[in-house]
Design a protein. Structure first.
Lengths: 114, 114
């Protein structure tokens, strides 16, 4: 079954700690994205990548970092510079060949601060 | 600046009746609109979309209407079923935007009562 796998489902971060959220897809999609969801707000774009070894900042990139060394993988690191990291994080992918920009989402990671 | 707004945080309807979810946007460069459905602790799934060259798109029980002059779109679900209970996000993308750079509304929680 093709899809997007995010892990872990729940993650806790201590003060001053960096944590990394995993995102893997086997849909052969070129583009991958990270969104953040806070209660009462829409999904906000953190980073996106159109192709391997290239990525762009989204609307709220401060305090986050990403890498795209493989087509299938797009990990997100929440650094200690992110002062309000508690949120639900969603990874998504899309095919560059599809103009309608439909995104396929993973099941998300809930990050909480201890 | 919220470019896509869903002003109703929640909506409650009776099974079998019509559900109407509304969405307003401010950016006149948006030319493609999508609705996503999200269950708790899961990623959103694509529901239906509409291009700005149309004013209506229908898929089974789901119909999306677009009023470009009013910068307004709505999702109609007829008849509503208890399984439709979820959070519904509208999203928009614009001319020249990179694939998948969607701007999301805050979401509307739909509850369908048996």
């Amino acid at each position: 079954d093709g899809g997007i796998t995010q892990s872990p489902k729940y993650l806790f971060r201590k003060e001053g700690q960096n944590v990394t959220l995993s995102c893997e897809q086997n849909l052969n999609h070129d583009a991958m994205y990270w969104y953040r969801q806070d209660p009462g707000q829409g999904l906000r774009l953190i980073y996106y990548s159109q192709i391997v070894n290239d990525f762009q900042k989204g609307d709220i990139a401060e305090g986050y970092s990403v890498s795209r060394e493989k087509k299938e993988s797009f990990p997100l690191t929440v650094t200690s510079a992110q002062k309000n990291p508690t949120a639900f994080y969603l990874c998504a992918s899309s095919s560059r060949q599809v103009k309608n920009e439909k995104l396929f989402f993973g099941s998300g990671t809930q990050l909480s601060v201890l | 600046d919220q470019q896509v707004k869903q002003n109703s945080p929640s909506l409650s309807v009776q099974e079998g009746r019509i559900s109407i979810l509304n969405c307003d946007y401010t950016n006149s460069m948006f030319d493609y609109f999508l609705w996503y459905k999200k269950y708790p602790a899961e990623g959103p799934t694509f529901l239906i979309s509409i291009s700005s060259i149309k004013d209506k798109n229908e898929d089974g029980r789901f119909t999306v209407f677009l009023n470009k002059s009013a910068k307004h779109l709505s999702l109609h679900i007829v008849p509503s079923q208890p399984g439709d209970s979820a959070v519904y996000f509208c999203a928009a993308s614009g001319v020249g935007a990179s694939y998948g750079k969607l701007t999301f509304g805050q979401g509307t929680i739909l509850t369908v009562h048996p």
